[in-house]
Design a protein around this ligand. Structure first.
Ligand SMILES: [Zn+2]
Length: 108
């Protein structure tokens, strides 16, 4: 006599969590290949003042949660003015850096 084996709620949750983590890692890899994910692939912005708002508007690639900017650094690389926004996810706490390039003409 066989009783149908049913996954316990815990086992089901574990399975789901593993699947979500896998998806999250795939999304993180994808995010690195997208604009802003690397210094060599910055997002063009007209001025430094929009960097933080733009970085905040980009959801966490891992869990799609909202992020906040924890650091905003200016760097010059190969003659390009880059801005690096370091964000942390409010939801899962994962960190990432988003790269921007200032392309607008500086007025001052
Ligand atoms: Zn997250």
């Amino acid at each position: 006599m066989h009783r149908r084996k049913k996954l316990s709620a815990n086992a089901e949750r574990r399975l789901r969590t593993r699947a979500e983590e896998k998806l999250g890692r795939a999304r993180e890899r994808l995010a690195r290949m997208q604009p802003g994910g690397e210094p060599g692939r910055p997002i063009d912005v007209a001025s430094a003042s929009v960097v933080e708002a733009q970085a905040r508007s980009m959801a966490c690639p891992k869990c799609l949660g909202p992020c906040q900017v924890v650091e905003h650094a200016a760097e010059t690389m190969q003659g390009q003015r880059l801005r690096i926004a370091k964000v942390i996810c409010n939801h899962c706490g994962s960190h990432r850096a988003i790269h921007f390039r200032i392309v607008g003409d500086a007025l001052n």
